[in-house]
Design a protein around this ligand. Structure first.
Ligand code: PGA
Length: 240
């Protein structure tokens, strides 16, 4: 794996945007795996700006988001569906039928998981998977203890994730306790991984995940085994 230490959040986001823009220019029908959270907000703004300048088109791009909350209607302002539409999809020319998100309010979640895996396969697999990292080392919502072979599944969120995410809610009073997420096995099949992390609070888990042993106790550590994984940190997240 390769680690780049950017000066700050802006440079981290610019470097990430350039990689995704170059990929879409090279392969207009690229399949992107996307992430939510605070980390990629600026990256999505930069992609929207590049689209507005006429630098690239999302017309042929297909996307698969990593995860969402179980039991949450997609129209809730706190769903990852809403986040993605607000921050990216509503501002670019992506076709609605090329957008894929897990539906945490589906009546049969097992079918939802299996169907998602099928859709990824039918799309030819994910070219580039964007990732953030949780304070507990999760990728997507694949929490510590998740099998490295695990495919899309329903997961009980850790106390750390529940507490951290609750701080960002707009509407929700209580944090959902379960997520639906691609598994580490799904994520590891992406052709390329692009992980971003910024801020002092991420420094300990970055050190543990990428300089410590590869263990299911730290899901992100599996990325050490990926043949094409790029991690872009700001100086604070690289602190340890
Ligand atoms: P964050 O979340 O970008 O809000 O830090 C990352 C994650 O939990 O995967």
């Amino acid at each position: 794996m390769k680690i780049i230490i950017a000066r700050d959040y802006e440079e981290m986001s610019e470097r990430a945007a350039k990689i995704i823009i170059d990929l879409i220019k090279r392969k207009p029908e690229a399949v992107l795996g996307l992430a939510t959270g605070a980390t990629p907000i600026r990256l999505y703004q930069l992609l929207v700006q590049a689209y507005q300048r006429g630098e690239l088109s999302f017309e042929k791009v297909t996307t698969f988001n990593l995860d969402d909350y179980v039991g949450l209607n997609k129209n809730s302002r706190d769903s990852f569906y809403s986040y993605m539409h607000e921050n990216l999809f509503s501002q670019v020319d992506i076709r609605p039928e090329n957008i894929n998100l897990l539906d945490g309010s589906a009546s049969n979640l097992t079918d939802e998981c299996l169907n998602y895996e099928r859709l990824i396969k039918e799309a030819g697999g994910i070219d580039l998977q964007l990732l953030g990292i949780g304070l507990d080392g999760h990728i997507g919502f694949a929490e510590p203890g998740s099998s490295f072979d695990g495919r899309t599944f329903v997961v009980n969120l850790t106390k750390s994730t529940i507490e951290t995410n609750a701080k960002g809610f707009i509407e929700l009073k209580q944090s959902p306790t379960q997520g639906i997420t691609m598994g580490p096995g799904t994520i590891m099949e992406a052709g390329q991984i692009l992980m971003l992390a910024n801020g002092l609070h991420k420094a300990p888990i970055i050190h543990k995940a990428f300089y410590g042993p590869v263990t299911e106790d730290v899901p992100a550590s599996v990325l050490q085994r990926h043949p094409d994984c790029l991690v872009i940190l700001d100086a604070a997240a690289a602190g340890e």
